[in-house]
Design a protein around this ligand. Structure first.
Ligand SMILES: [Zn+2]
Length: 247
């Protein structure tokens, strides 16, 4: 953190979140944030908004600032908007927790990116469209090649499957809820079309998740919580976790 100075825009945004939530934003550093290649992560803490940064991943200042704004907004969802969070039963392993967290992220990110866009940050980083373009290419090679590709980000096969599915759901979120430029829209649409065609086993789950999202208003704390609960049930991940809201 020492050699990194925030812009006025980010400083103001973080201050606004601290004011609205009554929670201080604190930064930590770690080289392992659960999924390889990510630069920042939000971790729940009742007293403050904890953001952990991986300083080893080099990114442009704009992208790093966007990702800090993004993670801080997860804290805003929790502490101000009272969106739900997972409470795990005792003795659940880290792999299970990561799976559940990824289901949360799949839905929360649609909301978080919308909020940061309203606050003049770009809804996605510079790496997003090139990554999606690569994912389109990979998808044409079929499911096995796709699995190998997403395996780069995690050694856990369960998480890998969820990651693939979450890429589709997040892309659909952009198409459904965001104003995109024609170029952006074209690439993201192409990705969803390719995914549907070449990853049929994964697409089956995506259709169900899309249906759940359509039936609930994920932008409200109740709708978001019900949506996550139903997706956890779909993946049989709901047995060792309870969803709860802060008072
Ligand atoms: Zn996120």
């Amino acid at each position: 953190m020492s050699n990194f100075k925030f812009s006025r825009k980010l400083t103001d945004y973080l201050k606004k979140i601290e004011l609205d939530t009554g929670r201080e934003i604190k930064f930590f550093e770690s080289p392992d944030l659960g999924i390889k290649g990510i630069t920042a992560a939000y971790n729940y803490n009742p007293k403050y908004i904890q953001i952990t940064l991986n300083m080893e991943n080099s990114r442009s200042k704009g992208d790093r600032e966007r990702s800090i704004a993004h993670e801080a907004t997860h804290g805003y969802l929790m502490h101000k908007l009272k969106f739900c969070r997972p409470i795990f039963l005792e003795h659940v392993d880290d792999n299970y927790k990561r799976d559940v967290h990824l289901v949360f992220t799949m839905i929360e990110d649609i909301i978080v990116n919308k909020i940061i866009q309203d606050n003049e940050f770009h809804p996605f980083g510079h790496e997003y469209l090139p990554m999606v373009t690569e994912e389109i290419k990979i998808a044409h090679k079929g499911e096995e090649e796709g699995e190998r590709f997403y395996h780069r980000f995690t050694d856990n096969p369960h998480l890998e499957a969820l990651l693939m599915i979450s890429r589709y759901i997040i892309a659909c979120g952009f198409l459904r809820y965001y104003h995109l430029g024609p170029h952006e829209e074209k690439i993201i649409k192409e990705f969803t079309r390719t995914f549907k065609k070449y990853y049929p086993d994964y697409y089956k789950f995506c259709v169900k998740i899309k249906g759940i999202i359509e039936e609930h208003n994920i932008f409200t704390e109740k709708g978001e919580c019900q949506t996550i609960q139903l997706i956890l049930q779909l993946f049989k991940l709901d047995e060792r976790v309870k969803l709860t809201q802060l008072n």
